[in-house]
Write a new protein. Structure first.
Length: 613
């Protein structure tokens, strides 16, 4: 148990703890001002609340901060774990506690609302407090919502006027005025305001709209087909044809989202990705094999919660926001704090449900990428710091890779061999720490040996001088270069530096980040901000190495097998190597090909020389 040096209110808290029962319920922590700073739920209130004040040193820094600020405790006992889950959700929304992880404000996202009126309207809104009614959403963006709203306009006739209509049930009349508006004249409304459509018929239309917004496509299509057949039996063929077009419109809209077996009836899918500061959650609603809704959000962590804890808080909130009727949810792992009485949990390993979970995870990854890009634009330093945290997680590093060093070699057929190293600190080039190397011990074009030499020289010196080693070493190359670096660092120098490799494709573009022994490919896509950072590091070290090589080449002399040929000087040898790339390639050329570079006389000299050799 903590003492007064950590929390001066501990004696009062001890008295509170003695009276907390071992029942399911919700607890609230209050600060000195009486403000609720944290709300939690528990199967056993006494055990959960007491755990915060025991083994203080084992807690994370954020939980320690919470414990220091607790002045009082309130608890509420409930009958079941489901009641605790729902009460916690309501209290978090009510008090907005400082240390709870919460979804963003509802006003950030658009909704559709069926207004609470005698003749409901379908309205677009971002503010749930200004309108009374039944809300559907939130929708991930306005384009999707507008598309759905347009489909509903084409399928159903509902009023769009601003009149306040009151239905007099006793007299079966409405106070809408004497004349219908222009929407009726152009065929977009049946004019319930003047009694041309009965209240019963209008509410039936609203019921169909409600079904569509909830994703009950199959039921709506069946009703429409029965109505179409009835119209055809009555020889009302024009109306039947109009109904057929509406059925096709709805089926086309539904088919765009059908990706699973229709036996997957009514299911919610949740996936989560997280780093040290944020969690990224995706929710998908599935009905009759169709994805009727997909929503991604970012949650800022407050107490270093794990993914299961975050989902146990967010899932009830998303269920309430979206008015979900699902009895089953697909999740990547079991969420222990959500009882089976609330909703059935499925952790799939194969089949349609596994594919849905993977699709949801792709949506969460895409949302994380968008959030990272936005933060990089708004606050580059904070965005880069988060990229470093993510790199730490992707590579399973013990510490955040604040300092990253990358090496590259440059030479022409072994001539002027040089190497370069760049250092990135917190994701930015640290040019004061760039280094150039002249290759001293390697003869000929041997990239592996050159890499071994410069890595040995670099880290032997840092080790001898007691200077800080990098948090991550990146070699510009694949598995071979990584193994060379490992042998030098681990076997020869006995140092502990994580090693990664940046491989290129046949077009000399960055294609893969490799890590570990044996190396594994880290799953990064070209558009990912972290991939772009790796590409920037590779391009920077290549640029630095090439620049150094050009400087040395312009000042020095060239010595290759070509300069041993009588009559062939440095300039001619350089021209040949730049044109053909190597002495081996020069040997394979015809006299005509060589003559295009050095003229026919020297071309014949070169041909004769290699024939005699």
């Amino acid at each position: 148990m903590i003492d007064a040096s950590i929390n001066p209110n501990i004696e009062r808290i001890k008295l509170r703890l003695k009276s907390i029962p071992e029942n399911p319920g919700v607890y609230q922590y209050l600060d000195a001002a009486g403000t609720v700073i944290y709300v939690g739920k528990a199967r056993n209130l006494h055990r959960r609340v007491s755990s915060y004040f025991m083994r203080y040193d084992d807690h994370t820094s954020k939980i320690k901060m919470l414990v220091r600020n607790i002045c009082d405790i309130r608890t509420t006992i409930v009958a079941t774990e489901v009641d605790a889950l729902l009460l916690e959700n309501n209290l978090i929304k009510q008090y907005q506690p400082r240390y709870n992880s919460m979804l963003k404000d509802d006003k950030s996202y658009p909704y559709l609302c069926l207004t609470d009126e005698d003749y409901p309207q379908l309205l677009f809104t971002r503010d749930l407090s200004r309108i009374r009614g039944e809300f559907f959403g939130p929708y991930p963006n306005q384009r999707i919502l507008r598309e759905l709203q347009d489909i509903i306009r084409q399928l159903f006739f509902y009023r769009k006027c601003k009149k306040r209509l009151v239905w007099d049930a006793e007299n079966h009349q409405v106070n809408g005025g004497d004349r219908p508006c222009i929407n009726h004249q152009i065929g977009l409304c049946k004019a319930p305001c003047v009694g041309l459509e009965s209240h019963e018929e209008y509410m039936k239309t609203i019921g169909e709209i409600r079904k569509l917004l909830r994703g009950d496509f199959g039921e709506i299509v069946d009703d429409m087909k029965q109505h179409m057949l009835a119209l055809a039996d009555e020889l009302r063929f024009e109306e039947a044809e109009m109904m057929r077009r509406r059925i096709r419109l709805l089926q086309d809209y539904q088919s765009r989202s059908t990706i699973v077996n229709t036996n997957v009836r009514d299911v919610d899918v949740f996936s989560i990705l997280s780093d040290t500061k944020y969690a990224y959650i995706n929710m998908m609603r599935i009905k009759s094999g169709s994805i009727i809704y997909s929503f991604s959000t970012e949650v800022k962590k407050q107490l270093d919660e794990d993914d299961s804890t975050i989902l146990s808080t967010i899932i009830p909130e998303l269920h309430q926001r979206t008015q979900s009727t699902a009895k089953e949810m697909i999740v990547p792992f079991r969420v222990d704090d959500i009882p089976e009485d609330y909703i059935k949990q499925t952790v799939p390993t194969r089949g349609d449900r596994k594919e849905l979970l993977e699709l949801s995870l792709r949506n969460a990854k895409a949302h994380r990428q968008q959030c990272l890009q936005q933060r990089l634009l708004v606050n580059p330093d904070a965005g880069r710091s988060q990229l470093m945290e993510r790199l730490q997680k992707e590579l399973h590093l013990a510490t955040k890779p604040v300092n990253i060093e990358c090496f590259d070699n440059s030479n022409i057929q072994g001539a002027f061999p040089v190497a370069a190293m760049v250092r990135f600190t917190d994701g930015k080039p640290n040019r004061q720490e760039y280094r150039k190397f002249n290759i001293k011990t390697v003869e000929g074009p041997d990239d592996y040996a050159s890499m071994a030499e410069i890595i040995h020289r670099r880290y032997q010196r840092l080790s001898d001088e007691g200077k800080q080693l990098p948090d991550l070493l990146i070699v510009d190359g694949g598995q071979g270069q990584m193994e060379v670096a490992r042998q030098v660092i681990e076997d020869e120098l006995h140092l502990n530096i994580p090693i990664a490799g940046l491989a290129k494709d046949d077009r000399h573009r960055t294609s893969q980040l490799l890590f570990g022994f044996p190396p594994r490919v880290v799953g990064l896509k070209p558009g990912d901000p972290l991939f772009k950072l790796m590409e920037q590091i590779q391009n920077e070290v290549h640029r630095f190495a090439i620049t150094f090589h050009r400087q040395k080449r312009s000042k020095g002399t060239i010595k290759t097998q070509l300069t041993d040929i009588p009559g062939i000087g440095e300039k001619t040898a350089r021209d040949l190597l730049l044109k053909f790339g190597s002495v081996k390639e020069v040997k394979l050329q015809s006299a005509d090909d060589l003559a295009k570079v050095v003229g026919p006389a020297k071309a014949q000299v070169i041909i004769d020389y290699f024939k005699t050799k």
